[in-house]
Design a protein around this ligand. Sequence first.
Ligand SMILES: Nc1ncnc2c1ncn2[C@@H]1O[C@H](COP(=O)(O)OP(=O)(O)OP(=O)(O)O)[C@@H](O)[C@H]1O
Ligand SMILES: [Mg+2]
Length: 330
Amino acid sequence: MSFLEIKDITKRFGTQTVLNGINAVIESGELVCILGPSGCGKTTLLRIIAGLESAESGKIFIDGKDCTFLPPSKRNFGIVFQSYALFPHMTVMENVMFGLKQKKGMTVVEKENKALDMLRLVDISDHKDKYPRQLSGGQQQRTALARAVALSPSYLLLDEPLSALDAKVRSRLRTEIKSIQRKLGITTIMVTHDQEEALTMADKIIVMNNAVVEQIGRPHAVYNRPATSFVANFIGTMNFYVRGKEKRGIRPEKIKIVDCSQPYDITALVQDIEFKGAFTRVHSLVPEENTGISIDLPSDYADSMKLRRETTIFLQIPDEHTIRYSMCSV
Ligand SMILES: Nc1ncnc2c1ncn2[C@@H]1O[C@H](COP(=O)(O)OP(=O)(O)OP(=O)(O)O)[C@@H](O)[C@H]1O
Ligand SMILES: [Mg+2]
């Protein structure tokens, strides 16, 4: 049986529909990312799952039970927000002890040991007597995570927990959160607008746009077989072109630049060459179709080709990597 079922949820604020018939199923132990641009309804959906917001229609089932009208205090989740939301007048240890204090059936020593375990789990033990203002952003989010999991909740809700952190810390915490989540086996729903974060962390991604779900799938599936042109463009880059009555898409890294003596599908004119570190993106134009095509090459290889602007390149577009869309579905 699935752990959480979101059934046909619709939510309006005034005249604005911010969630329009959302359906999703989340399995026990999964890390699911809700991914989409700003304002598409991610936080609202997370708040409805938590019971912090009510929907106009639709239902939420947790562990097979209809929880649509259950108050948040009865739902047994842990939550971490984008802004750290720690109690400023409490130390790291006191913050983590806060929820545990109310917990019945545990002695004070047991509670303290549990809190210390959690601090070790998120690697913040060395800072347990500091106040939030004495911590870095990453350390504050570790503390918030320890506080959220200390009560052994049955699921964890994370709303952009890493977005306020710099790139290095963010990327380290991604790996750590994923490993903590695996270790605890806790079902986790994380909101993000960062496609890389979703691709690296999620078992399953729910891609949202404009109050609707565009696609639900594993990271590989969402990247390799995006269901709509929105998904194709939001997660990575996709070249679109038309063949007959069909709209087709191909990822920049799947196109090959070949010598004119080899078989090729299309010729294009180099417009620009963009160095991106490990790879180089070649922007080109197919003049007769007035279509831009981007090609990604490993940078060393791109350098060795000595490409120049306005030169003609010969492109192979492997059939097995093209995605076909009917004109009306996108
Ligand atoms: N309490 C509210 N009252 C009125 N409108 C709201 C309220 N909360 C959210 N909205 C509107 O609902 C829409 C969805 O908001 P939501 O916070 O769910 O978006 P989001 O996808 O989480 O965006 P972001 O990535 O910027 O956090 C937005 O247009 C927002 O302005
Ligand atoms: Mg949000």
